[in-house]
Design a binder for this molecule. Structure first.
Ligand SMILES: NC(=O)c1ccc[n+]([C@@H]2O[C@H](COP(=O)([O-])OP(=O)(O)OC[C@H]3O[C@@H](n4cnc5c(N)ncnc54)[C@H](OP(=O)(O)O)[C@@H]3O)[C@@H](O)[C@H]2O)c1
Length: 267
């Protein structure tokens, strides 16, 4: 196996089989290696950390972000290279601060927006401050990051946003999360049109069982999800990372809201 962003290694590993590649195929392997760093907003934990780790292990320079310097530093030190890992801090719910925090970044190949600050909210017991914070973070904050970094996206660049299946399967307290995940669907479409030819896609995961958010949830809660999932299990961080790399790397995929949930919505 080889990655399309490692053309030299790919050609070497492929050995004599490379002789049978046509010029077009060989060119497409090379063309799809976008120049620049991989920036993961919300890269200190869970899925974002998994994507940052995958790219650093492929030799790509990675920038992770979070709200807190100590947490960023600890996460960055835990990511094994060979790619260089650096970090920036900002709070997505304070969008006016984002531009300055990202000012020093250079060219960017892939931008991942994975951050989330969860908000348990119901219409019956509505906490306006919490709702405003999450709506600002996911919709205005994500968009402001794209605005700040757009001039530094290379011509082959791609962007990946994260929503989630609370969009299609609301649960008690998911009022704001369900709403903002709908906003992510719309954001994908408008960004893909405005930033063309930069590609913009989103993943809407189901319950990712081995993420910090879900790993310690009561077994009864997790079992209820497994029972409705045709796979008979929850999807994993590794599977979400694999889907992320596909959307970020495949030059033909654009404007897609991909559901990665093991078929949870089928029953
Ligand atoms: N886990 C799942 O099962 C699941 C299911 C559906 C959808 N999703 C989506 O997938 C994405 C990743 O989820 P996850 O569970 O892997 O996340 P997570 O482990 O909870 O990590 C959240 C990340 O967001 C950062 N963050 C939180 N609040 C922030 C703020 N106000 N400003 C800037 N950064 C902030 C955190 O950094 P610090 O804490 O270091 O500041 C951390 O890096 C999210 O968008 C989530 O909605 C996940």
């Amino acid at each position: 196996m080889f990655a399309v962003d490692e053309p030299q290694k790919a050609l070497k590993l492929a050995g004599t089989r490379v002789l049978s590649l046509t010029g077009t195929v060989r060119a497409s392997i090379l063309v799809h290696m976008a120049r620049g760093a991989v920036v993961v907003v919300g890269g200190t934990s869970g899925i974002g950390l998994g994507i940052a780790t995958a790219y650093a292990s492929r030799g790509r320079d990675v920038v992770i972000t979070g709200r807190n310097a100590d947490r960023c530093d600890e996460a960055a030190r835990g990511i094994a290279g060979p790619g260089a890992v650096s970090w920036r801090t900002f709070d997505l719910a304070e969008p006016q601060t984002i531009g300055a925090a990202l000012e020093s970044l250079g060219e960017i190949a892939h931008l991942v927006l994975a951050a989330i600050e969860r908000d348990q909210n119901t219409v019956a017991d509505y906490d306006v401050a919490r709702a405003v914070r999450l709506v600002t973070l996911k919709l205005v904050g994500y968009t402001e990051v794209v605005h700040a970094l757009a001039p530094r996206l290379s011509s082959e660049a791609s962007i990946l946003l994260f929503g989630g299946q609370a969009l299609r399967r609301p649960y008690p307290g998911s009022t704001t999360i369900t709403t903002v995940n709908g906003g992510i669907e719309g954001l994908v479409r408008t960004l893909a049109v405005q930033l063309a030819p930069v590609r913009v896609n989103a993943i809407h995961p189901g319950i990712v069982g081995d993420t910090p958010e879900w790993a310690d949830k009561p077994e009864s809660v997790l079992e209820a999800v497994r029972a409705r999932t045709p796979l008979g299990r929850l999807v994993t961080t590794e599977e979400i990372v694999g889907a992320s790399v596909f959307l970020l790397e495949n030059g033909g995929v654009n404007g897609v809201n991909l559901e990665v949930d093991g078929g949870w919505m089928l029953q």
